[in-house]
Design a protein. Structure first.
Length: 231
């Protein structure tokens, strides 16, 4: 649902913008299946909240009737949680490559991709949510991309975020990123998965990662904004 709805919105908006500027390139949204390991430890400890908020009574009923894992979410109510396993492979990789070779703009691995597992020589969907940044990093690495860009809500990565001694990071190495990560500088559900994705990408052959927001994207490519992480 996420891939179809948001893929359409992006595809339609980009196509309109292209036509206004006289750009004649096809845009395609690929519903992407992403392979995960059915034995991933994440399935034993679901952590990813999904869906609406429920009252305690409704949540308990769904836990009992449907076998859902439920947590209390930030004192706003109760939500279902599912596993967030690591992405291992991308089924539609060759389709995406073929589109790129034809100079098409490709929208793929939306929402982290549709999680599938190998079972009895077949692919089967499984209830989970794959981190979108890590799935995108895997796709970029498999495509042989050198420069991977993560668009987010802040113009740069910071250490000591929202503290009096907050410091922006403009250019750092993978080793420095690992140190800040180990020091607990990046919070779960915020910058942590983006730094993990950046390190995945660099470890799998990539050269550079830029993290910035849409407003600063162009000047970030010129080295005037954003955070660049290199090997």
């Amino acid at each position: 649902m996420t891939q179809g709805e948001i893929g359409f919105a992006l595809q339609n908006s980009m196509q309109s913008a292209f036509w206004k500027h006289g750009i004649h390139r096809a845009i395609v949204t690929v519903l992407t299946q992403v392979v995960v390991d059915k034995n991933d430890p994440a399935f034993q400890r679901p952590t990813k909240p999904i869906g609406p908020f429920y009252s305690k009574e409704t949540a308990e009923r769904k836990r009992k009737d449907l076998g859902w894992s439920i947590i209390e979410d930030a004192a706003r109510g109760y939500r279902r949680v599912v596993a967030s396993p690591l992405p291992k492979d991308i089924i539609e990789l060759e389709v995406i490559k073929g589109c790129l070779e034809r100079d098409n703009v490709v929208i793929a691995v939306g929402g982290g991709g549709i999680p599938v597992i190998y079972e009895d020589d077949d692919l089967k969907g499984i209830e989970a949510v794959i981190d979108k940044d890590r799935a995108s990093a895997l796709l970029a690495a498999k495509l042989g991309i050198e420069h991977f860009i993560i668009s987010t809500e802040v113009p740069e990565v910071y250490i000591n975020y929202k503290r009096p001694d907050q410091q922006q990071l403009r250019n750092i190495t993978m080793a420095e990123a690992k140190k800040y990560f180990a020091d607990g500088q990046f919070s779960e559900g915020s910058m942590k998965p983006k730094i993990e994705a950046a390190m995945d990408f660099l470890a799998n052959g990539g050269t550079m990662v830029t993290i910035t927001d849409p407003e600063h994207l162009i000047i970030a490519l010129n080295g005037e904004a954003g955070t660049k992480i290199t090997k």
